[in-house]
Design a protein around this ligand. Structure first.
Ligand SMILES: Nc1nc2c(ncn2[C@@H]2O[C@H](COP(=O)(O)OP(=O)(O)O[C@H]3O[C@H](CO)[C@@H](O)[C@H](O)[C@@H]3O)[C@@H](O)[C@H]2O)c(=O)[nH]1
Ligand SMILES: [Mg+2]
Length: 197
């Protein structure tokens, strides 16, 4: 059955339009056995985003951020603090690559020029319509601009962590790193043996 006969009469009702949009979407859905039901699903989203893992194959370190995340706080985890790769929302007219380079300087203070696209992921396809473009990039000390920490005017407060790659992998096992983008990218480095130790 093609999708236009499976999903019909789609209407959207905007429940919230603040940071992102929360839509309540009503539609008729026809199962493969021919039965049809009317469903309402909530979908949350904002502009698509990027995430980038910065690594140094010589020192075998990675650069991560630590920041307060309200959803983590309300879930009662680690007092709301989350350790993550650099990431951010794409501005209008920005390419994913440009966003990755801009966010790297804003959040951790390194001006990098070469990045590699890994893939694009939905972090929670049952709820979120946001796509996140995932990247990796090598950094070295010479690229440090001493900026970083986030954009104060945008109420960002970011602690920069430079930690050994093997320790970051152990932090996944101990559930100290709980962010999906960070777990995926650290495992990508490991699977492709981009840092060996
Ligand atoms: N969620 C949310 N954040 C807000 C709000 N108002 C302000 N913020 C703050 O606005 C800043 C946005 O910073 P960015 O660096 O642009 O975005 P990000 O939140 O780090 O986004 C990255 O992580 C997300 C997953 O947690 C990804 O979804 C996203 O694609 C990206 O990789 C964050 O400090 C966030 O706390 C709000 O109403 N809701
Ligand atoms: Mg960010």
């Amino acid at each position: 059955m093609n999708i236009s006969s499976k999903v019909k009469n789609v209407t959207s009702n905007m429940i919230s339009n603040f940071w992102g949009t929360l839509e309540r979407i009503n539609f008729d859905f026809t199962f493969n056995n021919g039965k049809s039901v009317n469903l309402t699903h909530e979908v949350y989203g904002k502009s698509d985003g990027i995430a980038i893992l910065l690594y140094n194959s010589k020192s075998q370190n990675v650069l991560l951020t630590k920041q307060f995340r309200m959803p983590v706080y309300v879930a009662g985890i680690n007092q709301g603090y989350s350790i993550e790769v650099v990431g951010g929302a794409m501005d209008v007219n920005e390419t994913p690559g440009n966003t990755a380079i801009r966010e790297t300087e804003e959040e951790i203070g390194y001006r990098i020029n070469e990045i590699k696209k890994v893939t694009t992921a939905f972090l929670s396809p049952g709820i979120l319509k946001e796509k996140v473009h995932l990247f990796i990039g090598e950094y070295d000390e010479e690229q440090n601009t001493k900026n970083g920490g986030g954009v104060y005017e945008e109420n960002e407060e970011i602690e920069v962590l430079e930690i050994p790659f093997f320790e970051a992998l152990q932090m996944i096992d101990r559930e100290e790193i709980i962010d999906a983008r960070t777990i995926m990218l650290l495992q990508y480095l490991k699977i492709n043996q981009l840092i060996t130790f």
